[in-house]
Design a protein around this ligand. Structure first.
Ligand SMILES: [Ca+2]
Length: 495
């Protein structure tokens, strides 16, 4: 009898050893999510910027050239990535809405499945700007703690540090510097090599103006700042002996915050950088041109973690041999006070956009963006004086075309709308039908709509009335500091 127990104990402990060993072999995963960036890194060919850490990451890993997010604004895009499901399906499409609404069954944040597979889920990092803890999803959530989807809504287990003892771990670290904010000037001032405005190359739909060049250079300064943060994360992995078996994924959450970028379904709004490095699991120096959706990243993480991949995922693992995605379907609706409705399908070669609210112009005078788009102010004034060419004036039309079709291979800046050209009728028809098919597939599970009041509208009205000098500066392309003014406004209001 005694011997029997000893044998059982030995079997038990060897199972536990095996479990421990398997656990150790599960890779760690770090997801570096940079804010509001298009393919504006040196390794993607952007002029005037130096991104050595990301270049190295691309050289030693896999660089994707056709990755797209599913909405061109933070919170819907992040909601899709956090669940692996298109944000329309889970009714998380409207920016900053439904924060009090429970994610409907069977959907869960993907960290739920990672935790089930034994992962420690970590949010943020002590060494990056503002600690990189942004979650910003459109369903009820808490930063840390357990998740049962009924009473407990925690998405992560801990904050700010990844340690050897956390293995296997998943860490999601936000790189916020590239988001427009009052730190842009400071980052530039403190940069040892501020980007020279004369060395930048503006897309042809921008007016070539010194204010716009400087703004673009400042944006690239932020790119260099996050590049240093990426280098710091890699150095820490080396130092802690975890570099070999940690997958690092670098991605943008939506496109650059500028004309036809963030908030628009045009290529700069949804086309995002994606670089993956995993010394133990991926051969280096690959460039992949196949089409990837941001929700595929979620699925890929679950796949490499050996976690359950629920049926409901709309993303697919791009590390599986049979991975194939024909196109990405993206959508834009509410952003603050502007209720839009646009849908698009892109396959990297062709992009089709359907504007269901053509009466809302691209330049919708959205309050928040008034604070953060120097180029729009400058070009609006030039447009009023008839000083913009056709490509530049496109953004300032009084309404939008109902449909847009672009050939990205021949026309990467999307200057020629082929939807109006009868010789492209067959491709237009096929893209239109695909979009309708996705409209149907991604029909939301419910229609609950609890938007948050956009404070920026009140702040802008207050600035117009109480700070006319600052308002005038803003209209000349100066960033007058939204957060500081919003703070001042709320103090005034509470008096
Ligand atoms: Ca963002």
């Amino acid at each position: 009898m005694f011997l029997f127990f000893i044998i059982l104990l030995l079997i038990g402990s060897s199972c536990r050893e095996k479990e421990k060993l398997e656990k150790r072999q599960q890779p760690n995963i770090i997801w570096l999510m940079a804010e509001d960036i298009s393919l504006d890194l040196e390794c993607y060919g952007m002029k005037g910027v130096k991104t050595p850490a990301l270049n190295k990451m691309a050289q030693e890993g896999v660089m994707f050239t056709n990755a797209f997010c599913t909405n061109s604004i933070c919170s819907p895009s992040r909601s899709a990535m956090m669940t692996g499901v298109h944000q329309l399906k889970i009714n998380a499409q409207h920016h900053r809405s439904n924060r009090d609404v429970v994610l409907p069954e069977p959907y869960k944040p993907f960290t739920y499945w990672l935790r089930e597979a034994g992962y420690t889920c970590i949010l943020g990092h002590h060494g990056v700007m503002k600690k990189g803890r942004k979650i910003d999803v459109n369903f009820k959530f808490e930063q840390t703690g357990p998740w049962d989807g009924k009473n407990r809504f925690g998405i992560f287990d801990k904050l700010d540090t990844f340690e050897v003892s956390d293995q296997p771990f998943f860490a999601q670290i936000q790189l916020v510097a590239t988001h427009r904010g009052e730190w842009w000037d400071k980052v530039r001032e403190e940069s040892a090599h501020p980007v020279n405005p004369d060395s930048v190359e503006l897309p042809p739909y921008f007016a070539d103006d010194p204010v716009i060049r400087l703004d673009w250079a400042k944006y690239l300064d932020q790119m260099e700042y996050i590049d240093n943060e990426v280098a710091m994360i890699f150095a820490e992995l080396e130092e802690k002996g975890m570099a070999e078996n940690t997958i690092v994924i670098f991605i943008g959450d939506n496109g650059r915050c500028n004309v036809l970028g963030k908030g628009y379904l045009h290529d700069p709004g949804i086309h995002i950088p994606l670089i993956v490095k995993w010394p133990k699991g991926l051969s280096e120096g690959q460039v992949r041109t196949d089409v990837v959706s941001s929700t595929d990243i979620t699925a890929t993480i679950l796949d490499v973690a050996g976690a359950e991949m629920p049926e409901y995922l709309t993303g697919k693992s791009f590390l599986k041999n049979d991975f194939k995605r024909d196109e990405v379907y993206a959508a834009r609706d509410l952003w603050d006070e502007i209720m839009e409705k646009s849908r698009c399908v892109t396959n990297g070669k062709w992009e089709y956009i359907r504007n269901d609210k053509p009466e809302i112009p691209y330049d919708a005078h959205q309050a928040y963006l008034e604070f953060y788009r120097p180029a729009v102010h400058v070009m609006r004034a030039l447009n009023a004086e008839n000083k913009l060419n056709k490509a530049q004036a496109f953004f300032f039309q009084k309404s939008k075309p109902q449909e847009e079709l672009y050939n990205l291979e021949n026309d990467p800046f999307e200057l020629i709308n082929l939807a109006e050209d009868p010789s492209y009728k067959s491709i237009l028809d096929s893209m239109r039908i695909k979009t309708q098919k996705y409209d149907h597939q991604m029909e939301p599970v419910n229609s609950v709509f609890h938007p948050v009041h956009p404070e920026s509208v009140d702040v802008l009205n207050w600035v117009k009335k109480e700070k006319p000098v600052l308002y005038e500066e803003m209209r000349n392309g100066v960033e007058i500091g939204f957060s500081t003014l919003a703070g001042e406004y709320s103090r005034e209001k509470s008096k």
